[in-house]
Design a protein around this ligand. Structure first.
Ligand code: SAM
Length: 245
């Protein structure tokens, strides 16, 4: 299914994504809860449990498309405030909200916020022990390029983890999910954020994102090994994992 956004070019795609997140930044956390029925919290907790940030000084993680900080905050807390986490996002409005939230929670000492593009990371090779990206990769126009950058900035032995909406593999749930996302999500967007169109774009980007197996092959093509995935909530979301050796 499609709302007709399929044929836009990469530059236009990024511009559209940026407009969505500038306009929604202040209400982003509320929208997440409404649209996922709170489930995004459970998936994010599961991602951090899989990562198991060590409770030792000097462990460095990069959270790309980190937005308002959900993944980064969880990682800092799980490491008992040992981890040094960089939150990178292309959108300054999302990062502003993230900085304010970090201050309120007293987590700022462990966090650095960087405005940059996932396709061109402003870090040296081999800088991080872990690279995470949650509900971000499908917004990036050139996914192979972003995966190549992930591989480059990781240290040998570094871990790659990507949480993303994926293909539902449970009969019936797939239909219910499609009906919900194509009808309800734009309506929730209209009511809460005052505009349905950005949410149509987001729903379509989910529908177009490669299925689990195909995305795993893209991660392997970027150079990662031992790539696998696990589904959450019947495949509504999936966590892909890989290692740089
Ligand atoms: N990771 C956060 C979470 O799970 O709550 C935020 C996810 S939000 C759905 C997607 C984020 O990706 C937005 O903050 C957006 O600005 C960011 N983004 C989109 N394109 C990007 C790019 N090319 N490079 C870096 N971040 C990007």
């Amino acid at each position: 299914r499609s709302f007709g956004f399929a044929e836009i070019g990469e530059g236009e795609k990024q511009a559209r994504v940026d407009t969505v997140f500038h306009s929604v930044a202040r209400r982003y956390d509320l929208m997440n809860d409404l649209m996922s029925g709170g489930m995004h919290r459970i998936w994010k907790d599961a991602m951090i449990a899989a990562l198991a940030p060590p409770r030792r000084d000097g462990w460095r993680m990069l959270d790309v498309a980190g937005g308002t900080g959900d993944i980064a905050f969880r990682a800092v807390e799980a490491s008992r405030r040992n981890a040094e986490v960089t939150v990178l996002d292309i959108n300054g409005s999302m990062l502003d909200v993230g900085r304010e939230r970090a201050d309120k929670r007293g987590l700022s000492d462990n966090l650095t916020f960087v405005e940059a593009n996932a396709e061109e990371l402003p870090f040296d090779d081999g800088s991080f022990d872990a690279y995470t990206i949650a509900f971000g990769i499908r917004n990036v126009p050139d996914i192979p390029r972003a995966l190549g950058e992930a591989h480059r900035v990781l240290k040998p032995g570094g871990r790659f983890l990507c949480l993303e909406f994926s293909e539902v593999d449970v009969p019936m749930l797939d239909r219910i999910y499609e009906a919900f996302s194509f009808n309800a999500i734009p309506r929730i967007g209209q009511v809460v954020a005052g505009d349905a169109e950005p949410y149509r774009y987001l729903v379509e980007s989910i529908a177009k994102f490669p299925r689990q197996r195909d995305f795993a092959a893209m991660i392997e093509a970027a150079g990662f090994v031992r790539v696998n995935w696990r589904n959450y909530s019947g495949g509504i979301a999936a966590l892909h994992s890989g290692w740089k050796i």
